[in-house]
Design a protein around this ligand. Structure first.
Ligand code: SF4
Ligand code: SF4
Length: 474
């Protein structure tokens, strides 16, 4: 057992208000530069929708991530031979129109225009060409379901659902999905890079691009199934979310998490068995990927794990943070958070608490036992396609637990009594409910973000894991 440390994030979609505040400090600090105008390391998508870049979830088009072939993990786009044959023309790259053409406004017209009968107007100008342009798409074009009638059928999460039903006004539903790099345990971006420029830091699992080794081949861009590596046209190199590592090293959380208005984000460390990554990512059945992923996460309260971690050089403050980790509680202990598209087989490490939604009268038989979850406006099958490769059971468990916590606390607050009935069905007790309620509703900053400081390195370089080139898992 090789114990490794991963900094991870959980986002509670039940509380995201789609304000995009998280994206702004990230943009201002990391990508407010020439060549990076179209990049949003953190973006917020409205679901249903096809997102940013367009149809990023559809690997039939983008060919990112891993597939299982004859029991072996292989990059979906192909390994050494594919890259050798296409090294000067990567056919799987998204183009700028899949993201959007970045623009600004001609604000000078407001001041410089000569006096006239009509107010001057500002026109959009391309930040790439400097010429006037017509705005046709943007990074949050589908916000509040705008354009859903056209883009909805392109959302792959409607698999096995009658999409047209959910595009009708009376059945429509929505929620927001903030996205950033998943800092995967089995990153397809790193495995795709012919130069070995992408690597995973040993200390905290953050995936980075070595700007000096990057040669601009862009296989990381197409290899990432979440489309979270970007090509900087000015520098000719790849860039991606760095999980605000200079802040993390100092014990602070990332900017997107710190600025989140809805307080939906949780950041902490997890311990996992690095020897079992390939085994977990190669589960034959896609719906087994969530359980196998969970299975390699270790319990930091287990004395045997703690002993082995200490023996393998994991610092005492990191072990302490793992024990107090809010992401460990949400992911492993209470099973409230689920991975995004585990079927991409990268073992992503930004997880999501699925959103509760209003009870709708759409259910065929509202009196049927145990149908509360089915009467919610957002179809369980849609959430399962997004979070558990279509397996509804984990989504039902998470939603059932969230609903039970809400009902228990409401009875306690309003009726001044405890009713354990809703808890029994979902395997929780009152003590667990109090902890979940505190973490999801009340927790101050120091409970939502438990980030251990890292020791300062003399050479300033943290250890690398991987950086492996042609198509092998780390
Ligand atoms: S999401 Fe995963 S594969 Fe994509 S850039 Fe991040 S670490 Fe790499
Ligand atoms: S700041 Fe928080 S609440 Fe607002 S969009 Fe981002 S994740 Fe959602």
């Amino acid at each position: 057992m090789k114990i490794s440390v991963q900094t991870a994030m959980v986002l509670n979609l039940d509380k995201c208000i789609g304000c995009h505040t998280c994206s702004i400090p990230c943009k201002n600090v990391w990508t407010n530069r020439e060549g990076a105008e179209y990049m949003w390391f953190n973006n917020v998508e409205c679901k249903p929708g096809i997102g940013y870049p367009k149809k990023w979830e559809n690997q039939q088009i983008h060919r990112g991530g891993w597939t299982l072939s004859s029991g072996r993990l292989r990059l979906t786009a192909g390994g050494r031979v594919h890259k050798g044959l296409n090294i000067f023309h990567n056919p799987d790259l998204p183009v700028i129109d899949d993201y959007y053409e970045p623009w600004d406004y001609d604000y000078a017209r407001l001041i410089d225009s000569p006096s006239s009968r009509h107010q001057p107007s500002v026109r959009p100008r391309s930040r790439l060409t400097g010429k006037p342009m017509e705005v046709k798409w943007g990074p949050n074009w589908e916000d509040d379901l705008a354009g859903l009638a056209e883009t909805g059928p392109g959302d792959p999460n409607f698999k096995n659902l009658e999409v047209q039903t959910y595009l009708q006004f009376r059945n429509v539903f929505m929620f927001w999905l903030p996205r950033l790099c998943e800092h995967c345990l089995n990153p397809a971006c790193a495995a795709s890079c012919p130069s070995g420029a992408l690597y995973k830091r040993e200390e905290d699992g953050i995936v980075l691009v070595d700007q000096e080794r990057c040669r601009g081949w862009r296989y990381c861009v197409s290899g990432c199934p979440y489309k979270k590596v970007y090509f900087n046209w000015k520098t000719g190199r790849a860039e991606k979310c760095i999980f605000c590592y200079p802040r993390l090293e100092a014990g602070l959380t990332s900017l997107c998490a710190h600025s989140c208005v809805g307080r939906i984000r949780y950041v902490g460390v997890l311990l996992y068995d690095a020897d079992r990554i390939a085994e977990a990512a190669a589960a034959p059945n896609e719906q087994d990927l969530y359980p196998t992923h969970l299975d390699i996460l270790l319990d930091p309260h287990d004395p045997e794990v703690a002993r082995a971690a200490a023996a393998q050089g994991i610092a005492a403050n990191v072990l302490d943070a793992a024990r107090r980790s809010p992401v460990h509680a949400l992911i492993r202990q209470w099973r409230l958070a689920l991975p995004l598209h585990p079927e991409f087989r990268t073992l992503p490490m930004v997880w999501y608490v699925p959103p509760l939604s209003p009870i709708s009268s759409r259910a065929a038989d509202p009196s049927a036992a145990g149908d509360l979850i089915d009467r919610m406006r957002i179809p369980v099958a849609y959430l399962a396609n997004l979070l558990t490769a279509g397996d509804e059971a984990p989504v039902r468990l998470a939603l059932g637990r969230l609903a039970a916590v809400r009902e228990f606390m409401r009875t306690r607050r309003v009726e001044q009594r405890d009713d354990p009935a809703p808890l029994d069905a979902v395997g929780l007790d009152a003590a667990a409910v109090e902890k979940i309620y505190r973490l999801l509703a009340l927790a101050p900053l120091e409970e939502r973000f438990v980030v251990p400081t890292l020791p300062v390195r003399d050479d300033g370089v943290y250890a690398r894991q991987g950086g492996c080139g042609f198509g092998e898992a780390l």
